[in-house]
Design a protein around this ligand. Sequence first.
Ligand SMILES: Cc1cc2nc3c(=O)[nH]c(=O)nc-3n(C[C@H](O)[C@H](O)[C@H](O)COP(=O)(O)OP(=O)(O)OC[C@H]3O[C@@H](n4cnc5c(N)ncnc54)[C@H](O)[C@@H]3O)c2cc1C
Length: 474
Amino acid sequence: MGDLTTEVLVIGSGAGGAVTAAALAEAGRTVTVVEEGPWVDPDEHEPFSLAEMVAKYRHRGAGAALGNPPIAYAEGRCVGGSTEINSGLYHRLPEHLAQEWRTTYGIDEFTPEVLEAYAERVESQLSVARLPGAPPPSSAVLERGATKLGWRNVEFARVFSYDEAGRGTKQTMSRTMLPRARAAGATIIPDCRVVSLVRQGDRVVAARCRRTHPGGGVERLTIHADHVFVCCGAVHTPALLQRSGIRHNVGNGLKMHPTIKVAARFPHPVDHGDVPMHRVTEFSPFIAIGGSASRRGQVAMALADTGQPIDEAMADWENISTYYAAIRSEGSGRVVALPGLRSPIVTYSLSEADLSRLARGLVHLGELLLAAGAVELHPSVTGGHVVRRLDELGIWWDQVTRARANLMTVHLTSSLRMGEDRRRTGTDSFGRVWGFRNLRVNDASLLPDAPGVNPQAAIMAIATRNCDHFLADA
Ligand SMILES: Cc1cc2nc3c(=O)[nH]c(=O)nc-3n(C[C@H](O)[C@H](O)[C@H](O)COP(=O)(O)OP(=O)(O)OC[C@H]3O[C@@H](n4cnc5c(N)ncnc54)[C@H](O)[C@@H]3O)c2cc1C
């Protein structure tokens, strides 16, 4: 049983937590970061490999939001959080959403100008860049198909830096913000899970933790702090608050980008090392089309989604890559921490409109891939028709049902929400949890809705803004 004392305790070291730790340590605060997952050398594993999933993903990559249909999801669980395993695609929060959220939730100091200034600050601290050369074939497929159909498409910038030979390195939190935090004096404790927060009136005074040592021994640790920032991500932030008896708008309203996939076979090999950086924006903001990680294992899983034999296609797996259509969803979900269970229950309810949006996305994705030269399309639909010609695509409309659609997501948000409208939010405009003077949330949970674009940029800009507000205030 150990005791530690710090001025600021940051719980979780992903996009939100790492930004918080760096901003506060650089402002001269004494910061301790605790992270449930291990420290893993960012160069140790091949990106998107099975070994990486075992080392860095929560539950080795298997998570599911229960519902009809269930939706599989993935999260990081290591120092750097989900930024260590993501694709690094970078997109600022669209202006119209900043406007909409500001008025709907009553968020102070949330104009597009304010957010743009914070995005610029984040971008000056990371390296955000486009590819220095031509895109890989798997990404060029999206550009080619869209151009043929006259659909809008863009190459996304990524949180990558490139050397003179054009080799890219993803600028994860373990390579950027966490070293900055450490250089400014922050302490980072990996393998340390916060079980609950200790409350006294309107303050949180300590966190009760379980720290796992390299030999497997578990130590109970209590960390006393003047200020606590919970940055455990949209699933585990509400779960920790609920375990600590904090419940006002905590864990309801979970949002995500439900995603449906196609494994597309081409008459030639495609690359499998990178995730496509092109995105088809023709149907934005409600449907986005892009590419997914497509190593051998991911190709096998995508093919298996139809429930049909995959041996013949797998023999040709180097010619296959996976693509997706993701939607902005009307539905929402919940995170519920139950006594005695280590992980919370997550649920999500898709609306009928969501389902038809997914069907439409799948059909558009099929059109695009055929236009780009794909010869065989395997949808992530149980018993789904394997399509080879444009005139067969229509059959997918009826096959995307609750019973048959296999959906997934890697973007989870909105399980607290920020703003001055207490009926709809779990925190004030800057992440301070209602009813507490020194307890703040600073991660994906604060976004009032799933943004329709990759969320890391918005999470980091908002987290930086909230740190400035804290520094001016406390
Ligand atoms: C496979 C994948 C691909 C993605 N691709 C992109 C992309 O290309 N672009 C993009 O913008 N976004 C992408 N995302 C999403 C993006 O990475 C997340 O939205 C973002 O990292 C969320 O930040 P966060 O701080 O809320 O949570 P995370 O980054 O998930 O960090 C939360 C951390 O808290 C820790 N934690 C949880 N509970 C506790 C506890 N009780 N005690 C201590 N620590 C705890 C977790 O272990 C984790 O490390 C992707 C995500 C995944 C999984």
